[in-house]
Write a protein of this length. Structure first.
Lengths: 354, 354
DNA sequence: ATGAAAGCGCTAACAT
DNA sequence: ATGTTAGCGCTTTCAT
């Protein structure tokens, strides 16, 4: 016996109506909790529903109302604990507000991201929260499409230049500056930065400040270099570090240079792990051979040896806020001012003196 | 201007049909890729669709076909990297097969899990993959409901006694035995085990072997104790370790005992981190004061000090297999025999001699 | 407060 | 190959 057959006999509003001896419309009103229904009818309908084990078909409901009560969430890599935490925040708020979460993975590629967006629009999600994998305006037509379709959109972690969409992100300038000052004051001059993002240029000027986290981070770095009157080396900003292989290649590149970096900043924990593993393979020690700073203050960073200097960000709270704001949009409510999410530099023993 | 207004003017099959000068049915056939359509009509319809920027409404499609091409995935805690990895495996396979993933969090409570299941059934998901939070048959009526509804179901990580549903899980007996032998041979006699699950009894006998991972793990432990002719202490099996507070209470309990445990096994990385933090707070050192073993071989376990002994499990592959099998079910294809997923004990320096 | 009937956007059945 | 006609299960007019 096939599964489909069984499913087809699920009771509908019409069945409940018949059982309760009322019209289909009236049963629907009672079941859906809208319109006016008398006590008597309500009771009879509920009893009938109970008896038939009726359960509403949300798809049919969405077809009429135009709302699916579903939020699409697209991240670069679900496996990344950073997004895991954000997702948890989003899911917690969404569920409490009666929204569901449809998951999408972009694999940090523009093509997959566009595909995920298309699929979600077709599924009639009410809004999309996305951590865009690219800051190239050319790669963001699909984001504009979301708005054109009349759906809500919030960016997470990363902004897109030229796209006027609320972005839930930390201002990294101060913390990046602080971390860089710590490295500079320890004598470091060549400081590398690795990110999984795709950028429009190999390095960015502060003019784009406030849009991409990389721009902010680099701006913070530049600021620190300027304060200490040291020349900034933009060539050490490395993008597309989105796989072990890519990272190994970058490390290769960095260390085959005449003057390798003496410090490295990893933009997330996956990159950090990959870098640390790669350093281990090459027999390089932290902080003796390379000082190390990473983004995200995960618990394990405190118990590794040496404990890692990190830039902490309130990821879970940001996830919650992203969900809260997009749901406010959907309900036409005022979300209020965007809170400041501050990143904090936490120095530990992974930074060595030169 | 409200969002809803804009959305209402999205082009439909009827619009495309009119534009292409064909019947609605024919346009639908061309767009949906079914039935027979002439070259000429296909081209005209596609051109019209392009021109109008038509995009199908998957909800409407699902209403007729009865299939939503959506898989529900319910885990205890999305934030847990174990599930993050599993989710990645599931999402990867699902997407390649044209399925979407609707996420649900159970918070390791039966009530939330039941709620998540109900919501997913209402949303007409084709199948559900779930890591059940409880092995009590009384808590699993909602799972039976899924099958009664004619939907596909796969259990992940944990089985439910009395529920004849395929479960994708590792057989932990061998690895738990191995880990326990390592601890016993190092002189340990009081070995605690912490899990976030809810069980029907405080400890389990091997009679339930093969169903819950806890049963398997405990069975492996018992086996090791028997081999070394040491009396097993069932009171050290601690369930419901699903929050920092709960874990702190358990540690309290364990160490206020006349004879505290000399070794501890954590059933997942979140528990492990929480325990390690708690031990740190109390000034207890691993392995001097407590030997430590945890499940899941995450990268950071190798670079902490001391490196942690772990029981590795192929989580990502299991996620992939779960998705593959449930999709086979949905398509009426043969999934083949369930592969053996073996857990491997990897001894590192977190086990001390007594 | 209630009911009849008309849709939502699509696919399916039955013609031709 | 194409068109016509019914639906899917629900909400929403519009009557009454």
């Amino acid at each position: 016996m096939s599964l489909g057959n069984i499913r087809s006999k699920a009771p509908t509003v019409a069945d409940v109506a018949r059982e309760a001896q009322v019209s289909k419309a009236q049963a629907a009103r009672a079941l859906g909790g809208y319109g006016s229904v008398s006590e008597d009818v309500l009771a009879r309908v509920m009893a009938a529903a109970q008896k038939l084990a009726y359960r509403p078909n949300e798809l049919a409901r969405s077809m009429n109302t135009g709302r699916s009560n579903t939020l699409g969430v697209i991240v670069g890599d679900i496996e990344n604990p950073h997004f895991g935490l954000a997702l948890r925040g989003i899911a917690d708020v969404a569920r409490q507000a009666g929204y569901h979460v449809l998951l999408g993975n972009s694999d940090e590629t523009a093509a997959d991201e566009q595909d995920a967006v298309r699929v979600m629009l077709e599924k009639q999600v009410d809004g999309i929260i996305i951590a865009p994998c690219s800051s190239l305006p050319a790669d963001s037509a699909h984001l504009a499409q979301i708005l054109a379709d009349g759906r809500a959109l919030k960016l997470f972690d990363r902004g897109v230049p030229g796209l006027a969409v609320e972005t839930i992100m930390v201002d990294f300038t101060a913390s990046a500056r602080q971390a860089t000052l710590a490295l500079l004051d320890a004598g470091h001059r060549r400081i590398a930065y690795l990110t999984s993002m795709t950028l429009d240029k190999p390095f960015v000027s502060s003019s784009e400040l406030g849009l991409t986290p990389v721009a902010q981070r680099v701006a913070g770095m530049e600021q620190a270099f300027a304060e200490r009157e040291v020349a900034f080396v933009p060539g050490l900003i490395k993008t597309r570090a989105s796989s072990d292989a890519a990272i190994a290649a970058i490390i290769d590149d960095l260390f085959h240079h005449a003057v390798p970096p003496s410090a490295l900043i990893a933009s997330d924990s996956l990159i950090a792990m990959s870098v640390l593993r790669e350093l281990g393979n090459r027999g390089l020690k932290v902080p003796q051979d390379l000082s190390f700073v990473m983004f995200d203050n995960f618990p394990w960073t405190e118990i590794v040896s040496p404990p890692l200097s990190v830039i902490a960000q309130p990821v879970y709270e940001m996830g919650r806020e992203a969900a809260r704001r997009i749901i406010c949009d959907l309900r036409g409510e005022e979300a209020g001012v965007m809170p400041n999410f501050d990143a904090a530099f936490i120095p530990r023993r992974s930074i060595g003196q030169i």
